[in-house]
Design a protein around this ligand. Structure first.
Ligand code: TXA
Ligand code: MG
Length: 321
């Protein structure tokens, strides 16, 4: 499983691996994805197995442009508006699936909907254009673990699994795409992410309904929103006002809590965008230090803070809950 810097010729080689039914990890602007040809059920099955992902949790189909997306999902007016405003970019739109789409059922985990995204990262775009197929790609981490924002995280989590890891350096946004469901009568926020809710509501001129409370694992609406997810090994303690013995500190802002232990500050200047970019790598770094627990300072809930706090709540949830 070679990790290789993504030159043009390597992107072509990786595209060939995809077209031949292989599994390729690649950077996007949000996190690394673990991709397979979405029309090839055997290849998609390998992705589920490699991640240890439950089969009821569907995957996002990545495509090169809005036109291609239109061949797979039934676009309505709000979907078109959002796609025009945010694609290419960190937005995933869930739509009714077109009957003629060649994407295999396994990608949708048996649902009648399909999640579509046009990523902005140039390596991802080059790969999608060269592969010429929709690419089903969950985040390239072990299921339930912290998402990968660097090629080394992919290798640490998935080892020899992928046939190819395209190295595009650290991802620029650091948090997954925002997932919006437009398949029903009202727009729903399925997963807060790299585009804040307010920006989407502005474009739609409507409020987003919420579907982000942890659901039963088999809930068809938002199957990925399990309570325990993004979980490091160490116990995570939120809203900390002191650091206890054995704990490392995930700090935010200009006044980190006093401690003799390890500290990673997501943003000393209190900038949520900077915090989002560093978030998953910071969790991995603290976890790798061998600390017993991670104390997390309060992080404001507005803008990107909604997505950061969502991931933190899941990281702190009891395993198996
Ligand atoms: O930024 C991202 O979205 C990254 C990069 C690689 O594109 N991908 C990613 O994929 O985060 P994943 O599989 O880790 O998360 C996809 C989320 C899950 O919560 C899943 O349940 C939801 O999207 N999803 C996928 N298809 C769906 C569908 N048809 N209906 C409802 N939710 C869906
Ligand atoms: Mg994921």
């Amino acid at each position: 499983m070679p990790i290789e810097p993504a030159t043009r010729s390597l992107i072509q080689r990786a595209a060939k691996v995809l077209a031949d039914g292989g599994v390729v990890a690649f950077p996007t602007e949000t996190v690394y994805g673990l991709g397979a040809d979405a029309t090839n059920a055997d290849a998609v099955l390998r992705v589920y197995e490699m991640k240890g992902r439950p089969r009821f949790n569907p995957l996002i189909a990545h495509v090169a442009d809005l036109e291609t997306a239109g061949a797979h999902g039934c676009f309505n007016a709000p979907a078109r508006k959002l796609a025009e405003a945010f694609w290419p970019g960190p937005l995933t739109i869930v739509l009714k699936r077109r009957a003629e789409s060649r994407i295999c059922d396994l990608v949708s985990a048996g649902l009648e909907t399909i999640a579509l995204r046009v990523p902005a990262n140039e390596i991802a775009r080059g790969l999608l254009r060269a592969a010429g197929c929709p690419v089903a790609a969950p985040s390239a981490n072990r299921a339930g673990h912290v998402s990968a924002t660097a090629a080394s995280h992919v290798a640490a989590d998935l080892g020899e699994g992928p046939d190819f890891i395209l190295d595009g350096g650290d991802t620029v946004l650091g948090l997954e795409s925002t997932v919006i469901d437009l398949s029903g009568p009202e727009p729903l926020l399925l997963r807060p992410g790299a585009i804040p809710r307010e920006e989407i509501e502005n474009i739609l001129a409507a409020k987003l309904g919420d579907a982000t409370t942890p659901n039963e694992p088999t809930s068809p609406l938002s199957p990925g929103q399990l309570a325990s997810h993004y979980a490091p090994r160490a116990r995570v303690r939120l809203e900390a006002t002191c650091v206890e013995p054995g704990e490392a500190l995930l700090a935010f802002g200009g006044n980190p809590l006093p401690t003799q232990g390890l500290v990673v500050n997501l943003s000393p200047k209190g900038d949520l965008r900077e915090a989002a970019t560093r978030f998953f790598a910071a969790l991995r770094q603290l976890d790798d230090s061998g600390c017993a627990g991670i104390a997390v300072m309060p992080i404001p809930g507005e803008g990107l803070g909604e997505a950061i706090n969502d991931r933190l709540r899941r990281a702190a949830a009891l395993r198996g809950a």
